[in-house]
Design a protein around this ligand. Structure first.
Ligand SMILES: Nc1ncnc2c1ncn2[C@@H]1O[C@H](COP(=O)(O)OP(=O)(O)OP(=O)(O)O)[C@@H](O)[C@H]1O
Length: 709
C-alpha cells in the first residue's frame, strides 16, 4: 500500500472510534440535562422536608448539578476535536486520550481525560523512556471529522507487523500553523518537560522559567486546567486568578481555558486588578520605576497622616459662654495621636471626635474660674451639631484616588516623602499626577491598592436585610458560581494564583497581587532576560513576602525549547542580549524556515511609510497575524498610517505591550528607540524581536544595526 492509502486507511480507523465517542457524548448530554432537571426537582422537594433531609438532598443536588454543568461545559467548549490522542502499549492495549473522560454504558473507557494519571504516558513517554508505549498517535480533527494523524514510534522493537506508522510529527505541524487573534490550547502536543510542570503538585510555589516561546504561558494555563480537574473543590470553590501584563495579553489568552471546558477562572491584567479602577495610561520608565519601588509604601503611609488640603485649621466652639479654641498646632497634635492608634483613618472618625473632645476639655480645664465637669462637657459638646460638622470636614473619609491626587501638590508630596525620594523623583511624580483627567496609570493601580488598605474601609451604612428565605435554599455551589454571584470587592482568598511575565512585576505590584492570595498556592512564570524592571533584588524580596515568606515550599522548572520563533529569527534576537544573558538562559529554537529576517536601513521620515510597505508585504506572505512593534511615541502615528490596511490581521503595539503576544510576522520599527525608552534597554528589544513565528522585518536608521549597539 502507498503511504497515502495507509494514512487514509488509518484515518478511517480513527474516524470509526471518534464516531462511537460522539454518539456516546450525545447520550451523555441528554443524561446531563436530565441530571440537572432532577437536581432542580430535588431542591424544590427539599423545601418540604425536615432540616436534616433538606441538607442531604441539597448536598446531593449540589454534586449532581455541578457534575452535569461540568460535562456540559466541556462538551460545549469550542475546540478542535474531543479525541486527540491514542496510545498502543506492549500489553496489547489501546487507549484514547481526549479533552474529557468518556465511558460507554458498560462503564468501559472510550476516552481518557488528558489530565488523568493514566494519560500521563501520552506526554511523558520518550524513545529513551517509552513507559510501555509502542506507538503514540496524535489525531487531528475538524469538528467531528478526523483530518490527519501523526505517529511516534517509541519502541520499534516491539512494533507488531500490522501496526502502521504515519506522519511527520504533530508538533511541527502545530508550530507551523498560522496564528490567529487568540492563543490556542496545546493539549495534543504538550512536551515532556512541559508536562512535568503542568502536573506538579498544587502546594506552595511552582516557578517556571524559560526563554521566549518556550510555552511558559501555555504551560501555566494547562496547569490551571489540570489543578481544577484534580482538585475542583479546593481550586474551583475559592477560585483561581491568572494575572498577566496587559489587557491585550489577557484578551490574547482568553480562549485557552474555555477551550478546555474551564470558564470560571478569573483573568486580570496588572491594570485592572483593583475593582472599579482601570488604568488608562502607562508611565514613562523612570516614573514607573519610582512608583513601583517599595519606598512608595513609606511615602503613602506618611501622606495619609497629613490633613486634607481643605481641612479647617482652627476649632472654635462656645461652651457655657466661654470660647474654647484649638489652634493649628493643637489640632495637628490631636490628629497625630489618632493616627498613632491602631485603626486605619477611615475607621477612626469616632476616635478623632473623642480625641477632640478630650482636647477641648483640657482647654476648658486650663481656664481659671471656669468650673466645668469633664463628663458633662464631653456629653454636651459631643451632641452638638456644630461640633459634628467640624469633625466631618476635619477628619474626612478619604478615597485612595483623593489621596493620590493630593500628592500632585509638590510641597505636600515633598513633606510625605521626607528623605525617601529625591527632589527630582518628587518632581517626576507630582507631574505625573498633575492632570486629574489623565486617569490612573498602570503603576498607580498598585499605589491605589496600597492606599485602599492603609486607609481602611469606611464604615458601612446599615441596610435593612431583605428576605433570605429563597437564598437559604441555594446550595453551596450555587452561592459560589450561580447566576448573580459576585465575589466580594477586592476578593483576597483565591486558592491559586498564576502570575505570568513575573519578571516584570514591581515590588509594589507584588504587594498588590500577594494581597489577593492570603491562602493561595502559586504558579509563577517568567524569564529574567525579558525583564523590564530595573531592580530585580527588591522585586524578589517583595515576591517572597507575597508567597508567605522564604519558608514556603518552592519547586522550579526550566523550559529550554523555543517553539515560537524560527531558528533564523531567534538567532538575530539572541544577538541583542549577549551582554545581559548567559548562554543557558537562551532557549533552543527547533524550527528552521530557511527565511532570514530582513533588516532595512532607511531615513527617519521613511520609517512610517517603510513600515506600511513592509506590513503590506508580510500580510501577503503569511496567512495569520502581523504585528508592527514600535516605540510608544510612534504608536499613534503608526496606527493612523495603517488604518484600513487589515483590521482583523494587523496590530500596532509598543515594546511593553508586545509582552507575551505572538504574530506570524512582525515589522519592528527603529530598534534603537525601543532600547532608549526602556530602563532595561536591550531586554525590551529582545522581547519585541521574539514575537514572530515566521517572518521578521526590522526597519532602522542605523546602517550598522545590529552590530553597533
Ligand atoms: N508543546 C507545544 N505544542 C504546540 N505548540 C506549543 C507547544 N509549546 C508551546 N507552543 C506554542 O509556542 C508559542 C509560545 O508559547 P508561549 O506563549 O506559551 O511561550 P512563552 O514562554 O510564554 O513566551 P514569552 O515568554 O515569549 O511570552 C505558542 O504559540 C504556543 O502555543
Amino acid at each position: 500500500m502507498s503511504e497515502t492509502s495507509v494514512r487514509e486507511a488509518e484515518i478511517a480507523v480513527e474516524q470509526k472510534h471518534v464516531d462511537i465517542v460522539y454518539a456516546r457524548v450525545a447520550e451523555m448530554r441528554d443524561e446531563a440535562e436530565a441530571m440537572r432537571t432532577r437536581g432542580d426537582q430535588l431542591a424544590h422537594g427539599a423545601r418540604d422536608e425536615a432540616v436534616f433531609e433538606q441538607a442531604a438532598m441539597l448536598f446531593e443536588r449540589d454534586v449532581m448539578v455541578r457534575h452535569a454543568n461540568q460535562i456540559l461545559r466541556s462538551l460545549d467548549a469550542e475546540h478542535e476535536g474531543l479525541v486527540f490522542g491514542r496510545l498502543d502499549t506492549t500489553e496489547g492495549e489501546t487507549m484514547y486520550v481526549g479533552r474529557l473522560g468518556v465511558r460507554d454504558t458498560e462503564f468501559d473507557n472510550l476516552v481518557t481525560d488528558w489530565r488523568a494519571p493514566a494519560a500521563a504516558p501520552f506526554y511523558q513517554a520518550t524513545a529513551e523512556m517509552p513507559m510501555e508505549v509502542i506507538r503514540r498517535r496524535v489525531i487531528r480533527s475538524t469538528g467531528q471529522a478526523v483530518v490527519d494523524i501523526d505517529d511516534d514510534l517509541l519502541m520499534p522493537e516491539a512494533r507488531l507487523d500490522n501496526m502502521p506508522v504515519v506522519g511527520e510529527g504533530a508538533l511541527m505541524a502545530s508550530l507551523t500553523r498560522a496564528r490567529g487573534e487568540n492563543m490556542r490550547d496545546i493539549v495534543a502536543t504538550i512536551q515532556r518537560e512541559q508536562d512535568e510542570a503542568i502536573r506538579a503538585p498544587w502546594r506552595g510555589v511552582t516557578e517556571i522559567t524559560g526563554g521566549p516561546g518556550t510555552g511558559k504561558t501555555a504551560v501555566a494555563l494547562h496547569r490551571v486546567a489540570y489543578l481544577l480537574y484534580r482538585d475542583r473543590r479546593r481550586m474551583g470553590g475559592s477560585g483561581v486568578l491568572v494575572v498577566g501584563p496587559s489587557p491585550a495579553f489577557t484578551s490574547y489568552i482568553s480562549r485557552v481555558l474555555p477551550s478546555m471546558g474551564e470558564d470560571s477562572v478569573e483573568l486580570r491584567s496588572l491594570s485592572d486588578i483593583l475593582d472599579e479602577v482601570k488604568a488608562t495610561r502607562v508611565d514613562p520608565a523612570p516614573v514607573a520605576a519610582v512608583k513601583g519601588s517599595l519606598r512608595m509604601r513609606r511615602v503613602l503611609k506618611k501622606a495619609i497622616r497629613e490633613a486634607p488640603a481643605d481641612a479647617p485649621t482652627e476649632l472654635r466652639i462656645v461652651y457655657k459662654g466661654e470660647v474654647l479654641k484649638l489652634d493649628a498646632r493643637e489640632l495637628a497634635a490631636v490628629r497625630n495621636a489618632v493616627h498613632n492608634g491602631r485603626k486605619p483613618p477611615n475607621q477612626s472618625r469616632v476616635d478623632a471626635a473623642e480625641a477632640l473632645l478630650e482636647a477641648l476639655w483640657r482647654k476648658a480645664d486650663s481656664y481659671e474660674d471656669f468650673p466645668v465637669k469633664r463628663s458633662e462637657l464631653i456629653t454636651e459638646l459631643g451632641e452638638r451639631i456644630d461640633f459634628h460638622r467640624f469633625v466631618v470636614v476635619w477628619w474626612q473619609l478619604l478615597t485612595p484616588a483623593e489621596v493620590l491626587h493630593g500628592l500632585s501638590d509638590r510641597r505636600r508630596l515633598a513633606r510625605a516623602s521626607g528623605r525617601v525620594l529625591t527632589r527630582a523623583e518628587v518632581d517626576l511624580l507630582a507631574d505625573s499626577w498633575a492632570d486629574p483627567a489623565a486617569g490612573p496609570s498602570v503603576a498607580d493601580v498598585a499605589l491605589l491598592d496600597e492606599l485602599r488598605v492603609l486607609l481602611g474601609k469606611p464604615p458601612k451604612r446599615r441596610v435593612r436585610k431583605t428576605d433570605t428565605s429563597s437564598a437559604e435554599l441555594r446550595t453551596w455551589s450555587e452561592r459560589q458560581t450561580g447566576p448573580g454571584y459576585h465575589r466580594p470587592d477586592n476578593y483576597d482568598e483565591y486558592s491559586h494564583i498564576v502570575v505570568d511575565e513575573a519578571q516584570d512585576l514591581s515590588p509594589m505590584q507584588w504587594r498588590m497581587v500577594g494581597r489577593r492570595g492570603k491562602y493561595a498556592s502559586w504558579t509563577v512564570v517568567g524569564d529574567p532576560v525579558q525583564s523590564s524592571w530595573p531592580d530585580p533584588a527588591e522585586a524578589r524580596q517583595a515576591q517572597t513576602a507575597a508567597f508567605g515568606g522564604p519558608r514556603t515550599q518552592h519547586r522550579r522548572f526550566a523550559l529550554r525549547t523555543n517553539y515560537r520563533n524560527s531558528a533564523e529569527i531567534f538567532d538575530l534576537a539572541g544577538r541583542v542580549v549577549t551582554d545581559v544573558a548567559t548562554a543557558d538562559q537562551l532557549p533552543h529554537a527547533v524550527r528552521s524556515t530557511g527565511i532570514d529576517p530582513l533588516v532595512r536601513v532607511c531615513t527617519e521620515p521613511d520609517l512610517t511609510p517603510g513600515a506600511l510597505t513592509a506590513a503590506t508585504e508580510l500580510l501577503r506572505q503569511v496567512d495569520g497575524t502581523v504585528g508592527i512593534i514600535t516605540a510608544t511615541s510612534r504608536v499613534g502615528e503608526m496606527r493612523s498610517a495603517v488604518l484600513g490596511l487589515s483590521e482583523d490581521r494587523l496590530r500596532v503595539v509598543d515594546g511593553l505591550e508586545s509582552k507575551g503576544l505572538e504574530y506570524d510576522a512582525v515589522v519592528l520599527v527603529e530598534p534603537g528607540e525601543l532600547i532608549r525608552e526602556s530602563t532595561t534597554g536591550p531586554r525590551t528589544l529582545y522581547v519585541a524581536l521574539t514575537r514572530a513565528t515566521q517572518r521578521l522585518t526590522v526597519l532602522t536608521t542605523d546602517p550598522k544595526w545590529p552590530d553597533a549597539r
